[in-house]
Write a protein that binds this ligand. Structure first.
Ligand code: UDX
Length: 452
């Protein structure tokens, strides 16, 4: 089938590459000529395991074409995917200007029936706005062409996006038109394996499903983070509590890991946008507001712990940080907890030595050259000469480090484990102090000495 995808960002590229891999002819359109030139020369603008290979093999096979020519894109695909960004407005609502600009472009160029597919995460009611935009553009041309607007949200996790697309838990198709539903079902047939994963529903329910999924997951995390603070206060171990409650299948083990807060391009933005949508129609989403507030507080927690440990004497200290991306297997630092910590440390007069397996270029891009930031070539170099080590992202390579070497390199042998990934017994046995998110043994009391 012929498919056009507007937006060659994260969602658009993964969707395009996977649909091409299934044998479709895909044209990816983007307004950014540099991005299209990079893609045509075999590069990709984002870090996602397996994506570069998938893009280049399908590009070489002629099934995946990149262009800035929107008219060509509209002519090409029966399916017109909208996969452009919906950045948050100042008030937290999703900004639809890119989505509606694509809708207008489609209306300006289409001459035959088109299925317009909203892939971007968009507030309930957006499909109606897209339809109105297309209709207005057609009316301005004085022509009448049939089209449908479908909501087909993505549920891709960064770092596992290709696997998520190839083996989806569910394929949500929001449309009231049975003929369009069948077209989408046919397009997704290669990915609809073992049992029927296509769920057809009305457009608004499909749009809300995406927000509901992310809000639910964010709620689980904030709930556990809240519990971890209570555990710490009452002298319980959150990791034991986690295993204890996860064994109940109604609760489950997934997404109940406490830590220094969730980040990324989806959870923070979507929780805020959903709360905003609710408020706009006069409903105060108290739970969502609390989920967001707990996360904001949790992102400050590591700094608070470091601050308390050193009794506020942070000026002149150096802190080693392992992990800068918002989660492992990505270089994405959007809303990353590391940023909150680094900026608070700088504010308090401390310097940072940092290492991340993927996000070094991104950190450099964000912060540039500064005397209080040293990016090191490996994890152990970050620790050299630092006072404390802080683990902010749970990359696998940080899980069982050489504790003796860490102890030797740190001036003040203490580890702040923002993701509870280390084995406290081993850390303590190596003669290091250990401060975690809500685990026993009890946190050591604050240090007495002044900066070295
Ligand atoms: C998320 C959703 O999982 C995905 O379905 C949706 O399409 C987009 O948003 P992603 O942003 O890639 O995907 O990240 P995810 O793996 O879900 O992790 C989000 C954040 O939650 C990370 O910062 C992670 O560290 C944190 N997290 C996750 C926890 O703190 N505890 C957990 O138990 C799980």
């Amino acid at each position: 089938m012929d498919v056009t995808i507007f937006g060659s960002g994260y969602v658009g590229l993964v969707t395009g590459a996977c649909l091409a891999e299934a044998g479709n002819h895909v044209v990816c359109i983007d307004v950014d000529p540099d991005k299209i030139a990079l893609l045509n020369s075999g590069g990709i603008p984002i870090y996602e395991p397996g994506l570069e290979e998938l893009v280049s093999s399908n590009h070489a096979a002629g099934r995946l074409v990149f262009s800035t020519d929107a008219a060509f894109g509209v002519q090409h695909g029966l399916f017109q995917f909208i996969a452009v960004g919906t950045p948050p407005d100042e008030d937290g609502s999703a900004d639809l200007k890119h989505v509606l600009a694509v809708a207008q472009t489609i209306g300006q160029h289409m001459d035959n029936y088109r299925v317009i597919v909203d892939k971007s995460t968009v507030p309930v009611g957006t499909a109606d706005k897209v339809a109105a935009c297309v209709q207005a553009a057609l009316a301005a041309r004085n022509i009448d062409v049939d089209f449908d607007v479908v909501s087909n949200p993505e549920f891709l996790k960064e770092g596992a996006a290709i696997e998520d697309f190839m083996r989806p838990d569910r394929i949500i198709v929001g449309t009231d038109n049975p003929r369009t539903a069948e077209l989408l079902r046919a397009l997704y047939a290669p990915f609809n394996r073992n049992h029927d994963r296509v769920m057809i529903m009305d457009v608004r329910s499909a749009e809300l499903t995406k927000y509901a999924a992310n809000a639910m997951l964010a709620t689980k995390i904030s709930f556990m983070n809240e519990l971890s603070n209570i555990a710490e206060a009452v002298g319980a171990d959150i990791e034991r509590v986690r295993v204890g409650i996860g064994s109940d299948p109604r609760i489950g083990y997934q997404f109940i890991y406490p830590g220094c807060g969730y980040g990324g391009s989806c959870f923070p933005k979507d929780v805020r946008a959903l709360a905003h949508s609710a408020r706009a129609i006069g409903y105060e989403a108290q739970l969502l507001t609390a989920v967001e507030a707990v996360n904001e507080r949790q992102k400050d927690l590591l700094f608070q712990k470091i601050h308390d440990y050193y009794r506020g004497e942070l000026a002149g200290r150096t802190v080693a940080i392992w992990g800068l991306s918002f989660k492992p297997n990505t270089d994405d630092m959007r809303e990353a907890s590391s940023r909150r910590l680094i900026e608070a440390l700088w504010q308090a007069g401390a310097a940072v030595r940092a290492f991340d397996p993927a996000a070094m270029d991104e950190t450099q891009r964000l912060y540039g050259d500064r005397p209080d930031l040293t990016l090191t070539p490996d994890a152990m170099s970050a620790v050299a000469g630092a006072d404390a080590l802080v683990i902010v992202t749970e990359w696998t390579q940080f899980r069982s480090p050489d504790y003796a070497e860490i102890k030797e390199r740190l001036t003040d042998p203490v580890i702040f484990d923002g993701r509870n990934v280390l084995d406290p017994t081993q850390v303590l046995a190596a003669g290091l102090s250990y401060i975690s998110i809500g685990r026993l043994p009890k946190q050591p009391s604050s240090r007495q000495t002044s900066p070295s």
